[in-house]
Design a protein around this ligand. Structure first.
Ligand SMILES: [Zn+2]
Length: 230
């Protein structure tokens, strides 16, 4: 049994990128938790439909999606959507969370996404979340000299063993999600505020998962770049 922490820039990124893997990890007896960095309050182009109201709705949607996959807990940092920056303050929040939860593996966006060849995945919040999580894990979480005030709160250094980055152009870990693809679709369907056409979404997700599994002869897959630490 290993402890996995999935750190997602917005509500729904976690489900687009790794819901099939999460459901599989849970089935295999691992513990998976989710931490959502931003509040998702700008996740609509409709005038007057955003802000706190949308943020509250998206929290509920994310909790529902977490239930579909069997995650142990869903937490929120509630940074303002579109304004996630790799600041000392955000890194401290991440360090506090990781020292409390002590994950073995941290899953987050590939921090080296600076090719600007695609929209969507290259959202500023995704780039900044990947970078902030990387900086918080290495070396801050495991080094007592970072945020020494935390020691008084009994938040001792913790060593994360591995990163699994999603959205990487060089993934080496291809996970077969053929048995959990339907759970992934159901988790994505929980994000009602973000979906215009459910049928089109299902087709797009399956096509994407098929492409990732092709080389390994898997029906559906998700892909990660693994970085081992220490
Ligand atoms: Zn996002």
């Amino acid at each position: 049994m290993r402890r996995f922490l999935v750190i997602s820039p917005h509500p729904d990124d976690v489900d687009f990128s790794c819901a099939g893997t999460i459901a599989k990890l849970v089935k295999e007896g691992n513990q998976v938790e989710e931490l959502i960095v931003s509040d998702g309050s700008k996740g609509s182009h409709a005038v007057g439909f955003g802000g706190k109201k949308l943020a509250g709705l998206r929290k509920k949607e994310q909790r529902n999606a977490g239930k579909v996959l069997g995650v142990a807990d869903v937490s929120f940092l509630s940074e303002t959507d579109g304004e996630v920056e790799n600041t000392r303050n955000l890194r401290k929040k991440l360090v506090v969370f990781m020292r409390q939860r002590k994950p073995d593996v941290v899953m987050c966006p590939e921090p080296f996404l600076f090719r600007f060849d695609r929209a969507g995945i290259l959202h500023r919040d995704h780039r900044n979340t990947g970078e902030a999580v990387f900086d918080a894990v290495y070396p801050a979480v495991g080094n007592a000299s970072f945020f020494p005030e935390l020691l008084k709160k009994n938040l001792k250094p913790h060593n994360v063993q591995e990163f699994w980055f999603w959205g990487s152009s060089k993934p080496q870990l291809i996970i077969d999600i053929s048995k959990t693809i339907e759970q992934k679709i159901q988790a994505l369907f929980c994000h009602k505020s973000q979906i215009r056409d459910m049928e089109a979404l299902e087709l797009r997700i399956k096509e994407w998962a098929r492409t990732m599994g092709k080389k390994k002869h898997m029906r559906y897959a998700e892909a990660f770049r693994v970085l081992k630490l220490g």
